[in-house]
Design a protein around this ligand. Structure first.
Ligand code: AMP
Ligand code: MG
Length: 508
């Protein structure tokens, strides 16, 4: 089957396209269309055979019910019975919008659509394209997410085509969706109503309208043996091809843990995927790092989640590590989808982080233009078992200057460079317990210790590696003196790398 793609502008809906799509649905065909949550795979909800086609195209188990989409509130009465009184208030507040409510079904709804259940899930989407299409199709359009079962839900028409090209009649391309996560599902057949799937509309929002609601605990507890009340929730969902692991802890620990894991993988010659946020992106150096959105605005994370998961399928990674997100507001829905995508695989950041003693090494010399920067660059070129932020600073730096030219010439001849280095004044600021400060001589060490009493881990380089070969000061001398200095530093830094690697082995 050839899948027709029709572009449409939300703000200026082309009625011809809507009519064409409506006809396809009325004939019992399948049309994918945008909604405010994700793209839906539409079919006539009142036709048994149309539901069958939907399951086939998605490769979806047929006990996983579909949601019926309507465009007029009055239409609810045609497909649901025993509608509880709170429904009016909920609909007034949240319809059209990302809320699905479950009711006892009327005889009009075939069991194919409800996956054999006597209840029916109903939603009124707010997307104007969706509303127009539902009307054109006769008022009742069943629509699960328009993806292959198990894959991340589609948030663009391209995602739909990735999965369903050739399997459905038509795709209406209305651009990117707004919310990016499926609707909140609220079961209205129990008292009080129960949230079966978290979404953009949260328990707090319901509470303001109808008082307390309950939450299906099987959604949150990963180890629960009881199947969730919303049948589809038992299947592995939204999963990328690589194995996804959620790293849990406080944010600082999560970043450190993921950095350790990404560095370890990199040393083994492979890359892992990293799901980071705009705020944390700069902290990652290794791995294939993707920005999922801003922690300041979790809606951006919801909107990008499935796209990012899909993008990792294009990358050569077998493991993806994700930061975790706050369980507030839409954060609950984000974590719910992420946990499903991860098949509930989580690791504790703290457990990984505590293994590394030093994370930052600062070489301190007088002017930060010769010996400090050379030592730092030498260490960066060592094969280190753990990742370190390696810097140099000086005790007398009046303004930032590039490295000494002779020092640079020596480094160049050893296939290294001090290019881009600018001298910095050591000010003891922002140093943590995991910082190792190594001075070139003992006067520098004494000076630091007397000025910054709280600093831990200040040693001379000689002392730290247990080798008292003197580090000569080549400043103002010919190039050969710089070469001799280099040789000494090279020997000491190799010992330093061995010492750090030995510590890493002991810890890890
Ligand atoms: P999708 O649109 O792909 O998210 O799939 C619809 C989901 O709605 C299903 O996987 C179920 O979790 C839920 N659902 C639909 N109908 C019912 C129902 N009658 N009772 C409980 N959950 C339902
Ligand atoms: Mg789905």
């Amino acid at each position: 089957m050839e899948t027709i793609v029709r572009k449409i502008d939300k703000n200026q809906i082309d009625e011809d396209v809507i009519r064409e799509a409506g006809e396809v649905l009325k004939r019992g065909g399948l049309v994918a269309f945008p909604t405010e949550t994700v793209y839906g795979l539409g079919a006539d909800a009142l036709k048994e055979e149309a539901a069958k086609k939907t399951y086939e195209a998605k490769g979806r188990p047929s006990d996983n019910p579909l949601i019926v989409h309507i465009a007029e509130y009055e239409d609810l009465k045609k497909i649901a019975v025993n509608i509880p009184p709170e429904t009016d208030a909920l609909a007034a507040h949240f319809w059209p919008g990302p809320l699905t409510m479950i009711f006892e079904k009327s005889a009009a709804v075939p069991y194919g659509t409800t996956g054999g259940l006597d209840t029916v899930a109903v939603r009124m989407p707010s997307d104007p394209i969706a509303a127009a299409l539902i009307r054109a199709a006769g008022g009742f359009v069943s629509a699960p997410s328009a993806n292959t079962s198990g894959r991340p839900s589609p948030t663009t028409a391209e995602h739909v085509m990735e999965d369903l090209d050739g399997k459905i009649d038509m795709v209406i391309d209305g651009g990117s969706v707004d919310i990016g996560l499926e609707s909140t599902i609220l079961d209205m057949t129990v008292e009080p109503p129960m949230i079966l799937r978290p979404g953009a509309i949260t328990a707090d929002m319901f509470e303001e309208v109808i008082g307390p609601v309950s939450i299906d605990e099987t959604l949150l507890g990963s180890e629960s043996k009881t199947p969730p009340k919303a049948p589809g929730m038992k299947y592995r969902h939204y999963a990328p091809k690589a194995r996804l692991i959620i790293v849990e802890g406080d944010l600082r620990e999560e970043i450190l843990a993921i950095r350790q894991l990404a560095y370890a993988a990199h040393r083994e010659g492979r890359d892992v995927g990293v799901i980071a946020t705009g705020e944390t992106l700069p902290f990652y150096k290794y791995g294939i790092v993707k920005n999922i959105g801003s922690r300041e605005n979790e809606r951006t994370i919801a909107r990008n989640l499935y796209r990012v998961l899909r993008e990792f399928d294009e990358e050569d990674v077998d493991t993806i590590y994700s930061e975790s997100f706050a369980m507030q507001g839409i954060g609950k829905a984000i974590m719910n989808r992420l946990e499903k995508a991860a098949g509930h695989m989580r690791i504790s950041a703290a457990a990984i982080v505590k293994e590394q003693k030093y994370r930052r090494v600062i070489f301190v010399s007088r002017a930060d233009s010769v010996r400090g920067p050379m030592a730092a660059e030498l260490l960066r070129n060592q094969d280190l078992r753990q990742e370190y932020v390696i810097d140099s600073m000086g005790l007398v730096v009046l303004f930032p200057e590039p490295a000494n030219q002779k020092a640079e010439a020596i480094m160049k001849s050893a296939q290294m460079t001090l290019e881009g280095h600018f001298s910095r004044q050591f000010d003891g600021e922002g140093l943590q317990d995991d910082t190792l400060v190594l001075t070139i001589d003992s006067n520098q060490k004494e000076k630091i210790l007397s000025e910054y009493e709280n600093l831990k881990n200040v040693y001379t380089l000689n002392e730290f590696v247990g080798d008292d070969t003197e580090i000569p000061d080549p400043y103002g001398k010919p190039l050969t003196a710089y070469g001799e200095c280099y040789e000494v530093l090279d020997g000491l830094v190799q010992k330093l790398a061995d010492r750090l690697n030995l510590d890493a082995e002991r810890d890890g």
